[in-house]
Ligand binder design. Structure first.
Ligand code: CAA
Ligand code: NAD
Length: 298
């Protein structure tokens, strides 16, 4: 890794360079949202171990931007695409005022190992913030091998990132105020709103959403109502933009399953195991991203 770090440690830093790790639904959305918010950043690198995932991410971002351009002709698709570098190497363009956001698969030991390597790679670089986009794992557990805890936090985005205005900023016991302020400032700079969270299960949003999704699955498994009726009911009776099954398909059923597994371990009273999710995931039906889940997608 790169070891020459020129900048000395500032207080709250203004993010200038970004390194996003994982180019799935979330990583690609974070890259898109950051790039389309303006020329704020000197560089945005998105890394994935899977070249196919990077290719898909580039295609997805481009198609989203083209859709936006058809509605708002002032958008320059090539310019925005040109701000993002797609790579299989974990190598930022610069370590100056660098924000690293981890958005890889929701598996604890893989994330722990990644943060161990990142801490080693950036150990001499004072102005690097490491953040995790985890949905369900304790940020503290993910960061056990982090060496500079004052520069480590949670930064939790929502799917679809380019449209969802909220980002939860998770301040751990050892996250410094300067790091927290830097992240709040970054969120604002990309046109989003932050809320301050503790490192508690589900932070704010998922603490309420996951039990809701779990109740919907149990209702279905008991045969109380159909997928379509439950979704219609919540949309028309409670004003939700999507019903719980549409939302699970949207989040990704593989991700829902991983999140549920973590939650059942953390607090078994909140989530019940689901046969239906397991069957769908076992047959490769991950929801919208794979073309089929509770619903079919073209
Ligand atoms: N980038 C740019 N534009 C996009 C886009 C993207 N990624 N995705 C969609 N769009 C565009 C669409 O093309 C559409 O354009 P048109 O109007 O020209 O068709 C426009 O944005 C609006 O899309 P929709 O017509 O689909 O609009 P909608 O009113 O149905 O809103 C929605 C879509 C915002 C996704 C809305 O359905 C919604 O809010 N759903 C709930 C999402 C939610 O709850 N997310 C949180 C999930 S939980 C989570 O993320 C946390 C976790 O840890 C699991
Ligand atoms: P995804 O399955 O769409 O993408 C994960 C990507 O990570 C894949 O492209 C995979 O190749 C890559 N990857 C796996 N291991 C890697 C490694 N060691 N290094 C680099 N890349 C690696 O998943 P997603 O939905 O984008 O979720 C990513 C993270 O964001 C998870 O922690 C998830 O809990 C969280 N999250 C998800 C949502 C959601 O709605 N899907 C919302 C908020 C947060």
């Amino acid at each position: 890794g790169r070891s020459i770090c020129t900048s000395k440690q500032l207080d709250a830093m203004k993010v200038e360079n970004m390194l996003i790790i994982g180019s799935g639904l979330m990583g690609s959305g974070i890259a898109q949202a950051s790039a389309q918010s303006g020329p704020h950043f000197n560089s945005i690198v998105i890394q994935d171990v899977n070249q196919g995932a990077l290719d898909k991410a580039a295609a997805r971002i481009k198609s989203n931007l083209e859709k936006m351009k058809s509605k708002n002709s002032s958008i320059n698709v090539d310019e925005i695409m040109g701000r993002i570098t797609f790579s299989t190497n974990i190598q930022p363009k610069s370590t100056d005022n660098l924000l690293v956001i981890e958005a890889i698969t929701e598996v604890l030991d893989v994330k722990q190992n990644l943060f161990k390597n990142l801490s080693e790679q950036f150990k001499d670089c004072p102005n690097v913030i490491l953040a995790t986009n985890t949905s369900s794992l304790p940020c503290k557990d993910i960061g056990i091998h982090v060496t500079n805890h004052s520069r480590y936090a949670g930064l939790h985005f929502f799917n679809p990132v380019p449209l969802m205005k909220l980002v939860e900023v998770v301040k751990l016991d050892n996250t410094s105020d300067d790091t927290y302020d830097s992240l709040v400032d970054y969120v604002k700079s990309i046109g989003k709103v932050s809320v301050k969270c503790k490192d508690t299960p589900g932070f704010i949003v998922n603490r309420l959403l996951l039990p809701y999704m779990s109740e919907a699955i149990q209702m279905l498994e008991r045969g109380d109502a159909t997928v379509r009726d439950i979704d219609t009911a919540m949309k028309l009776g409670a004003g939700y933009p999507m019903g719980p099954f549409e939302l699970m398909d949207y989040v990704g059923l593989d991700t829902v399953q991983l999140i549920n597994a973590v939650w059942m371990k953390r607090d078994p009273s909140l989530i019940k195991p689901s046969k239906i999710i397991k069957e769908l995931v076992d047959s490769g039906h991950f929801g919208k991203k794979s073309g089929k889940g509770f619903y079919e997608y073209k």
